[in-house]
Design a protein around this ligand. Structure first.
Ligand code: E4P
Length: 220
């Protein structure tokens, strides 16, 4: 299973890449708004730091506008994946990008049927939003499970990317539900590293080591 970082923050990406656990990055207009500056420059820098795919989201809602923005992003770096929101025009743009060999991530997916359509149109990544479904009292993980089953059963090339991840349990559940990828806020990635027993265990080992060395030194 691949893990992406869901951020446009360069420092967070640098840290996670150093840990050796990050396969790609997803950005969106809201994440970009938190860092500001030139979106192109931010994307170029993320693409340099990141080994795998970096999603850049188009804003236009007409097909030609989406194509123009996506072609521009695709020229910035070889690992750009153009992110397109699920819609009638979005599907058309995804299928045109597929013809041109430009990879896409279909975003704002909230049902297995939307994911199926995006796969049919040729999207490389299908992004169901788990947290936003949970927020409205629906079962976000059900969409991940159903879509992963459909993709595997019918041998689609697309990968299911669990998005809108809010806490570490979402990551475990997405992995068990068959998601090929989960994209995580840095906070969730950091929460995954830690466990109170790990952290207290490290403190205890260090204290015991220091005590034992002090005793050895005292004996001469
Ligand atoms: C990722 O591609 C999505 O844009 C992101 O996970 C959305 O998360 P949110 O629902 O926390 O905004």
């Amino acid at each position: 299973m691949k893990l992406f970082l869901d951020t446009a923050d360069i420092d967070e990406i640098r840290t996670a890449v150093r840990w050796g656990v990050i396969d790609g990055v997803t950005t969106n207009p809201s994440l970009y708004a938190r860092v500001g500056g030139s979106y192109d420059d931010v994307l170029r820098e993320i693409c340099k730091l990141t080994p795998g795919p970096v999603s850049a989201e188009v804003i236009a809602d007409d097909v030609e506008g989406m194509l123009a923005e996506g072609r521009h992003f695709a020229k910035l770096a070889p690992n750009i994946v153009v992110k397109v929101a699920m819609s009638e025009n979005g599907l058309e743009a995804i299928s045109r990008f597929a013809e041109e060999g430009i990879k896409t991530n279909c975003t704002l997916i909230f049902s297995a049927n939307q994911g199926l359509l995006a796969a049919k149109a040729g999207a490389s990544l299908l992004s169901p939003f788990v947290g936003r479904l949970d927020d409205i009292n629906e079962e976000g993980m059900t969409v991940i499970r159903e879509l992963a089953d459909i993709i595997n059963l019918h041998d689609f090339d697309s990968e299911v990317l669990a998005a809108s991840v809010r806490h570490p349990r979402h990551v475990t559940d997405a992995a068990l539900a068959g998601a090929h990828v989960a994209t995580l806020p840095f906070k969730v990635l950091r929460q995954m590293v830690h466990h109170p027993l790990t952290d207290s265990g490290i403190v205890q080992f260090k204290a015991d080591w220091a005590k034992a060395r002090a005793e050895v030194a005292a004996k001469g």
